[in-house]
Design a protein around this ligand. Sequence first.
Ligand SMILES: C[S@@+](CC[C@H](N)C(=O)[O-])C[C@H]1O[C@@H](n2cnc3c(N)ncnc32)[C@H](O)[C@@H]1O
Length: 467
Amino acid sequence: MHDIVELRGHSYWDWDPKTPPPFQNFEELEVVIGSLAQSGEGLALLPDRGNGWVIVVPFVIPGEKVKARVYRHNWGYSHADLVEVIEPAANRIADQDVLCKYFSKCAGCQLQHISYADQMKFKRQVVENAFKNYAVSPPLLAKYFADLPPIDPVSQSPIQSQYRTKITPHFEALNPKHQAAGMPQQVQIGFLRAGTRRILDIEECPIATPIVNEGMKVMRAEVQKNIASYKKGATMLLRESNPIIPGTESDDPPKTTKICITNHKDTITEWVGKFRFDYPAGSFFQNNNAILPSLIGYVQQQLHLPLSTTSSIKYLVDAYCGSGLFGITCHEGFKKVLGVEISAASISCASNNLVLNKLSTDTTAFHLDDADKIFAHIDFPSSETALIIDPPRKGCSEEFLDQMVAFLPARVVYVSCNVQTQARDLQGLLDRCVAKGLPGYRVEAIRGFDLFPQTRHVEGVMTLTRL
Ligand SMILES: C[S@@+](CC[C@H](N)C(=O)[O-])C[C@H]1O[C@@H](n2cnc3c(N)ncnc32)[C@H](O)[C@@H]1O
């Protein structure tokens, strides 16, 4: 809605909700795309229809003239399918050069028709809009917003295809009516079809690693062979791992061929730079290994930026620590590191990863707990403590922000796969500081990292310094 309001140029609330959609269902329209929304979809304004109705069309580029078929109407805007690109943008990737033959049919990727340089510009804009739209309440606007730094360019992924180390294809069970009628016993195995809840049959995903695609081939054949035994559909797990042959463990990545794991309970082994991580196949771990060294290098550098005081950072708190990725890779230079995570399987791997990487358990520890209670475990001086926050998409809870303001870490590095909730949490933090009459935080830097090339998603990293 923020993107629609911006294109329309007048407030959402000026809108008369009784305005009916100015179209027949499935009417085809020729429209010119004005902007891209954070969803990666194009927006076209029709100034002469419905008091400035907006059409939302996927797989387009601003400036393009396209034919679109409207199919669902909302308050002031309609969703439409792309029928034809009438006047393509000069920078549109030619159809024959698009990475995946299922692009525009599969719901997984939104941006394969856009050059990588333009994907980076789009994602930078997504980050900028998130902070403009979600971190600007009036008291904060006056006090802090003028001080937000310019949003940095997005850090690119070293590879833009074959990067995903995990995919989760789905399939549905056979239709009993088809079975009864003796129809062919084939099912669709793949990802959701764009704009629907139905499955599109996909035998290969070009953004997944070759090992994961090999695994997909085997899994598809097995599912087709045994499909009659499935009463319900299912979601499969395919995850890349480095096989460790017992007795041959070494400190270096093994030279053996990688394997594809499909059992949620198995353990995955992965190297991030010189660090080894074992983690449960069914638990969270970042899915683009290629970009992790640069993401971690940046987080490390941000943690140690100079403070506003003469103190220096000596302690690290890793909230939502998973299997210990940040706590372990960033431990150097800290007297003590403490991580908290709610998944018992992940925290047990985090503790084991300390041992695997020969870190002292006296100086680095991981606790099983809700991040909302993280500061209950901590006796670090807040003026020498840095906090890494890396929550799930929904961001931090009110309780988490309350305890954070009660503790006031000197440095915060907030990593997020959802820049909208990240921006909202910045507002939540600064609102609390204003309410308590505290000087608050300076935003040092906001930068996107492209953990998800070809898709609309961007990882945000924001650095704060206590004033
Ligand atoms: C985005 S992941 C980040 C994990 C880790 N930092 C990494 O990069 O591998 C978020 C993690 O938060 C954990 N989590 C979710 N809710 C939590 C809570 N209330 N308290 C602590 N951890 C939580 C999830 O289990 C998940 O491991």
